[in-house]
Design a protein around this ligand. Structure first.
Ligand SMILES: Cc1cc2nc3c(=O)[nH]c(=O)nc-3n(C[C@H](O)[C@H](O)[C@H](O)COP(=O)(O)O)c2cc1C
Ligand code: SF4
Length: 462
């Protein structure tokens, strides 16, 4: 029987657990920071010395932790790319933008156990010789920003922040920065531009890899809220022990947001890969199954930009056929099935769903959020949204399905500066590929009624 494995959310929903520092300290808070600051340099068999910072970085590498923000990139590897020889300051930014539709996990930490994030950040900063760090929080979470500022003040008062932290001679300051409510501010280089006070135009990579040319053109680490909390647990239990949680190459725990047509929408922390998509949707410990009398139609497994799965779909994984519902919920299985776990947000759609309307909703979001720097993304996302608007307003055409795919196919693949190009194309490509008959039938019915605007696909919308 699968169940939650609460590591990061261990205390978050306990009765009487509050976000203030006294409560956090009563539950062992900041003990792992003390442990980290007390680590002594280690002499290796070859006579070389390993600094405490290096030792922590090695533990994080050994843990196999993969970033929880979306791409699932190895945290240890990302930290190893940081240019430590430039002589410039190294910055760390906590990405608390959490704007991928369907995702509501980071805010649980921020609202319910914010000191855990601060402790994870301080340890991560110490491990990477960072003395100034930022929490970039999405504009729509003003209460979260207020709370973070309050707990930072508490942490300063107790000497967990500031000069000479706990007498260790390590200095660190953390500031909260509020976004103004744009999805693209979650993309790490757009975020960095925004933090610098500019429009959040993502930067082109190469050369602007944050680890080398990040904030103020200095080496910068950008990590998700949940990733930074996981670091605290890795230092507490050791990298090898952490790696025993989850499955090989998909270690640790992950907080999954489940929304849509399930009886128990919510957030659930599970060992990565130990629970299937079907269990997350149907098990009483998680989503609790579909609403009475309904059948499953589709599942978006990793936030709105992930490619949709159709109920009953089968995949060849490691030489065997696997039903979509039997896919282990981990990074690698979902990629092998042609989608991704992304921000670990599962959106469930039952047979009452108008799939064309659902895609129109998603496409409108992406058209609105494109930053506009790249022509294929700026124009393509808008054209797709317009065509879908037309299809959902009785003005479609039978060939709109092909038209949508043609646009979507011409946005990603190295034609854009950032991965938003993929993010806006994948839903369109996958929804149309898997539910083409619904798009065609809608357009054909409109044509039959003779309501098509002769001006053509683009000019006829809105
Ligand atoms: C369009 C776009 C939006 C993104 N939004 C977020 C976000 O809201 N939160 C987040 O942590 N990462 C987001 N990311 C991923 C970040 O660019 C970055 O990879 C991540 O913060 C790195 O942290 P991690 O390695 O701990 O996952 C987004 C990426 C793209 C392309
Ligand atoms: S892909 Fe889209 S969001 Fe990303 S930089 Fe280009 S226009 Fe902006």
């Amino acid at each position: 029987m699968p169940n939650e494995c609460r590591l990061i959310l261990k205390h978050a929903d306990e009765p009487g657990y509050t976000p203030d520092i006294e409560c956090y300290l009563r539950h062992g808070g900041y003990e792992v920071l003390k442990k980290a600051l007390a680590i002594q340099p280690k002499t290796l068999p070859d006579g070389k010395t390993q600094s405490p910072q290096e030792q922590i970085r090695r533990e994080v590498m050994a843990s196999g932790l993969r970033g929880r923000g979306g791409a699932g990139f190895s945290c240890g590897l990302k930290w190893s790319f940081v240019d430590r020889k430039s002589g410039k300051p190294i910055y760390l930014i906590c990405n608390a933008d959490e704007s991928e539709p369907g995702t509501f996990k980071d805010r649980q930490i921020i609202y319910k156990d914010p000191h855990q994030l601060i402790e994870g950040m301080i340890i991560s900063c110490f491990a990477n010789d960072v003395h100034l760090a930022y929490i970039y929080i999405r504009g729509e979470m003003p209460e979260g920003a207020k709370l973070l500022n309050k707990v930072l003040t508490e942490a300063r008062t107790k000497h967990f922040l500031g000069k000479n932290i706990l007498g260790s001679s390590y200095d660190l300051e953390i500031h909260v920065h509020r976004g103004a409510g744009a999805y693209i501010c979650g993309e790490e280089t757009g975020l960095i531009e925004s933090l610098e006070g500019k429009r959040p135009y993502p930067r082109i990579k190469p050369p602007y890899f944050p680890a080398v040319l990040g904030l103020y053109m200095c080496p910068t680490i950008v990590n998700n809220v949940e990733t930074l909390c996981a670091v605290k647990h890795i230092v507490a239990m050791g990298g090898a022990e952490y790696a025993k949680l989850g499955t090989p190459n998909n270690t640790g725990t992950r907080i999954v947001s489940i929304s849509g047509h399930v009886k128990r929408p919510g957030y659930y922390e599970v060992e990565v890969g130990k629970v299937t998509i079907g269990e997350l949707i149907n098990d009483p410990a998680f989503g609790g199954g579909l609403r009475d009398g309904r059948k499953l139609k589709a599942v978006i497994p990793g936030g709105s930009s992930a490619k949709v799965f159709k109920a009953g779909e089968k995949f060849q994984i490691k030489g065997r056929e696997v039903d979509m519902l039997d896919l282990p919920y981990d990074f690698d299985s979902l990629i092998a099935a042609g989608s991704m776990s992304g921000s670990s947000a599962i959106i469930v759609m039952d047979d009452s769903t108008d799939i064309v309307a659902a895609l129109a909703n998603i496409a409108e979001f992406y058209a609105h959020e494109s930053c506009g720097q790249c022509t294929p993304c700026r124009e393509g996302s808008l054209w797709m949204s317009k065509a879908l608007h037309r299809l959902t307003h009785g003005e479609g055409r039978a060939q709109d399905a092909d038209y949508l795919v043609k646009i979507a196919d011409n946005i990603p693949g190295g034609r854009t500066i950032c991965a938003f190009g993929e993010a806006c194309s994948w839903p369109v490509q996958s929804f149309v590929a898997k539910f083409k008959d619904e798009f065609t039938a809608k357009g054909a019915a409109d044509e039959e009624r003779g309501v098509v605007n002769e001006a053509g696909p683009i000019a006829s919308a809105h």
